[in-house]
Design a protein around this ligand. Structure first.
Ligand code: NAD
Length: 367
C-alpha cells in the first residue's frame, strides 16, 4: 500500500519523516487527528526490524491516542512519534536535540511525552530544543511519573465496572487477579489492599511479586492467573492476553486493568460480551496517565490530577450505557463514544473569541 493510501485508510492528518544524518536520527511523527486539540502522544525508541514496521507502529499508536483523549473528555488530539534505533546503544545528546528541533518545527501541533525506550534524561535534551514536551521532571514544573495517577484512575474504572455489573462499587467486597506488579500494578494493588480486597498477583519479576505479597497479595504462577477464582481480572502487564485461549478459562465477571491493547482481537471482545463478562475498555481505564500530563498545560498539581482521574468513573459508566443503548460490546461502545465526541465538537460553530488585529502598513499615531 502506498503512503497516501495508508494515510487515507487510517484517516491520519499528517506523517512527518525526520532525518538527520549527523545525529544518526531516523524518526517518524504521526499526527492522527487534531479536531479536539493538539496531537499528544509519547515518543518511543525501538530497534524496528524495518521502516514499515516503525510506520505501522506509529500509525497504530497515534490513532489510539485520538480515541483515548476523545473518550476521556480531553481537548487533545492523537499523535505519536518513534525513533528507529536501539535505546541501549544508539542514544546521544545530538539525537534527541535534533529530534527536539523537528518537534519544535510543528509549532505545537504535536506534543511529545515519554514512552517505551525513553527516559527522563532523553526528555531533558528534547526540552532544551522545544517547549512542546509534557511529563517533564517536577523541577521544571512537570508532572513526573504518571504511574500513581494511572493506578488511581484504573481504580475509578474498576469501581464503575463493579457498579454496573453488581450494583455495588465497594471494592473491598471483591477479589482481584492482577497480572503484573510493575509501576502501575503495584500501586493498584496497594489501593485494592487498602480498600480490603482479596488480591492474587503474578509477575515475571520475583522482586515485584515479593513487594505485592508484602502488601498482602497472594502469589500465583504466571499461567495460573487466568484460572484464578476472582471477581475481577486486572491486566497490568502486556497486551493481547484476553484471547481465545484464555477466555474459556475465565471465572471472572469483570476485566478491568491498566494494560494497553488487552484484547488480542475484536472477536475476543465479542467473546467476553457473549460470556457476560464485563470488559472495561483499556484505553478509557488507563487514561489517568494522559490526564496527568495534560494538566501541565494549565500548571500541574496533585489535587487537580486526582480530581481529573476520578472522571474515569463517569467515562466508563457512559461507555457501558452506550453498549446497552446500542446493544453492542463495550469495546465498540468506547470507540463509538470517542467518534461521536469528535464529530459533535468538530461540527460546533464556536463564536470568534476576538484577538488583536494587525493591519500591515497601517500605523496609529498617539495623540
Ligand atoms: P512496567 O514495565 O513497570 O510493569 C509491567 C510489569 O509486568 C513488570 O513488572 C513485568 O515484569 C510484568 N510482566 C511482563 N510480562 C508479564 C507476564 N507475561 N506475566 C506477568 N507479569 C508480566 O509497566 P507499567 O508502567 O506498570 O505499565 C503496565 C501496563 O500499563 C502496560 O501495558 C502499559 O502500557 C500500561 N500503561 C501504563 C501507564 C503508566 O502510567 N505507566 C499508562 C497507561 C497504560
Amino acid at each position: 500500500m502506498g503512503i497516501f493510501e495508508t494515510i487515507e485508510s487510517t484517516k491520519h492528518e499528517q506523517i512527518i519523516f525526520c532525518n538527520n544524518a549527523d545525529a544518526g536520527l531516523k524518526a517518524i511523527i504521526a499526527i492522527h487527528n487534531t479536531v479536539l486539540g493538539p496531537a499528544l502522544g509519547g515518543l518511543r525508541m525501538w530497534p524496528y526490524a524495518s521502516e514499515q514496521e516503525a510506520l505501522d507502529d506509529v500509525l497504530r499508536l497515534s490513532r489510539g491516542m485520538t480515541y483515548k483523549a476523545a473518550v476521556s473528555g480531553l481537548n487533545l488530539g492523537g499523535g505519536k512519534a518513534v525513533i528507529i534505533g536501539d535505546p541501549r546503544k544508539d542514544k546521544s545528546e545530538a539525537l534527541f536535540r535534533a529530534f527536539g528541533r523537528f518537534i519544535d518545527s510543528l509549532h505545537g501541533r504535536y506534543i511529545t511525552a515519554e514512552d517505551v525506550g525513553i527516559d527522563v534524561n532523553d526528555m531533558e535534551f528534547l526540552f532544551q530544543e522545544t517547549n512542546n514536551v509534557v511529563g517533564v521532571h517536577q523541577v521544571h514544573g512537570g508532572s513526573g511519573d504518571p504511574s500513581p495517577y494511572t493506578a488511581y484512575g484504573t481504580l475509578q474504572g474498576i469501581k464503575a465496572a463493579l457498579q454496573w455489573k453488581f450494583g455495588d462499587q465497594e471494592v473491598g467486597k471483591y477479589s482481584f487477579a492482577v497480572q503484573g506488579a510493575g509501576h502501575v500494578g503495584i500501586q493498584l494493588i496497594k489501593l485494592l489492599r487498602e480498600a480490603g480486597s482479596k488480591v492474587f498477583v503474578t509477575d515475571f519479576n520475583a522482586d515485584s511479586v515479593a513487594e505485592a505479597v508484602e502488601l498482602g497479595a497472594e502469589a500465583v504462577g504466571l499461567d495460573d492467573i487466568y484460572d484464578v477464582d476472582a471477581d475481577v481480572f486486572s491486566p497490568c502487564a502486556l497486551g493481547a492476553i484476553v484471547n481465545e485461549e484464555t477466555i474459556p478459562r475465565f471465572k471472572f465477571k469483570v476485566v478491568a486493568g491498566a494494560a494497553n491493547n488487552q484484547l488480542a482481537t475484536e472477536a475476543a471482545g465479542d467473546q467476553l460480551a457473549a460470556r457476560d463478562i464485563l470488559y472495561a475498555p483499556d484505553y478509557a481505564v488507563n487514561a489517568g496517565g494522559l490526564m496527568n500530563v495534560s494538566i501541565e498545560f494549565e500548571g500541574w498539581n496533585r489535587e487537580r490530577a486526582l480530581r481529573m482521574s476520578r472522571t474515569i468513573y463517569y467515562n466508563l459508566s457512559k461507555i457501558f450505557a452506550i453498549a446497552e443503548r446500542d446493544n453492542i460490546p463495550s469495546y465498540k461502545a468506547a470507540d463509538r463514544m470517542a467518534e461521536e465526541r469528535i464529530e459533535v465538537i468538530g461540527k460546533l460553530k464556536l463564536p470568534h473569541m476576538g484577538q488583536p488585529h494587525r493591519f500591515p502598513g497601517r500605523e496609529r499615531q498617539n495623540g
